[in-house]
Design a protein around this ligand. Structure first.
Ligand SMILES: Nc1ncnc2c1ncn2[C@@H]1O[C@H](COP(=O)(O)OP(=O)(O)O)[C@@H](O)[C@H]1O
Ligand SMILES: [Mg+2]
Length: 273
């Protein structure tokens, strides 16, 4: 893929325009994405606040996953995908010359729709990232990261006696918490989640939703969900996408009770999507 970056004036702004608001962790300015000749995003502008959960909602195919993948350059791995515009993390262009995509993805981690543990032990699923990033070398350092990450992901008590067993032997909900623990293990600043509960039952889903709320204290979270109740439960800000546009972004309560745009209203009242 190739990238053309034009940094618009004022793009380096990293503080919320409203004085005293939370700092802005990530910024998108006029982000356009093409798959070959087909345009998937038409110029997205969005600010993602630190230590908040932002939900991305909208009908299937509107570009939610495409946008999420811009934030940690996962689109780099897609043949014929082209990204234009600016994506900044702490005011720095993530497509800039000095940014290594692998390092970036440690800072901006990702959890996918379908739990995808490595075909390795529970322990090694967590230890892998810190080891390859050189964050821990001694055995007891690695042990500590594994324990802490599993605790933070709310999985420790369920797996502490079976760390050497394969991660793939866990239930779906446990596997997804394992994937969250794996993302946490490399000390990310932002965690992206693409419909993380869509393969889970309601009890496992409730568990992940609680976890998201706890993680907000230490991480900035962006979650794609097609479940509007879930967006309402877990997020503070919601952005509504439609046909490659970001139609509106506001406090979650505002989006669900008082949307400004007819398209948002149509979607949340179930008229389409
Ligand atoms: N790898 C790809 N190659 C070509 N087109 C794609 C690819 N991924 C997504 N698209 C297209 O981009 C648009 C947005 O898709 P996507 O971001 O997956 O939407 P959402 O996550 O909101 O369902 C859709 O029209 C989809 O068909
Ligand atoms: Mg998607």
């Amino acid at each position: 893929m190739s990238v053309q970056t034009q940094i618009p004036a004022g793009a380096a702004m990293t503080r919320s325009a409203s004085a005293g608001g939370p700092p802005i962790k990530m910024v998108a300015r006029d982000v356009k994405v093409y798959y070959g000749a087909k345009q998937a995003l038409k110029g997205i502008n969005l600010e993602i606040q630190e230590n908040r959960v932002m939900a991305l909602i909208g009908p299937s195919g509107c570009g939610k996953s495409t946008f999420l993948r811009c934030l940690n350059r996962m689109n780099d791995t897609i043949e014929n995908c082209r990204v234009e515009g600016l994506i900044a993390l702490d005011g720095e262009d993530v497509y800039g010359k000095n940014i290594d995509a692998v390092q970036l993805r440690a800072r901006v981690g990702m959890v996918f729709q379908k739990p995808n543990p490595f075909p390795k032990s529970i322990y090694d699923n967590i230890a892998y990232g810190p080891r390859i990033h050189g964050m821990a070398t001694h055995r007891d350092e690695v042990d500590e990261i594994v324990t802490k990450s599993l605790e933070r992901a709310g999985l420790w008590n369920e797996v502490k006696d079976r760390l050497r067993e394969p991660g793939t032997g866990l239930s779906g909900g446990q596997q997804q918490r394992l994937c969250i623990a794996r993302a946490i293990a490399v000390s990310p600043e932002v965690i992206l989640m693409d419909e993380p509960c869509s393969a889970l039952d309601p009890i496992a889903t409730a568990h992940i939703e609680e976890l998201i709320d706890e993680l907000r204290e230490n991480y900035t979270i962006v979650i794609v969900t097609h479940n509007m109740q879930q967006a309402a439960r877990v997020s503070q800000k919601t952005a509504f996408f439609h046909l490659g546009d970001m139609v509106e972004c506001d406090d979650t309560e505002e989006i669900f009770t008082n949307p400004r745009d007819e398209r948002t209203q149509g979607y949340i009242t179930g008229r389409y999507g």
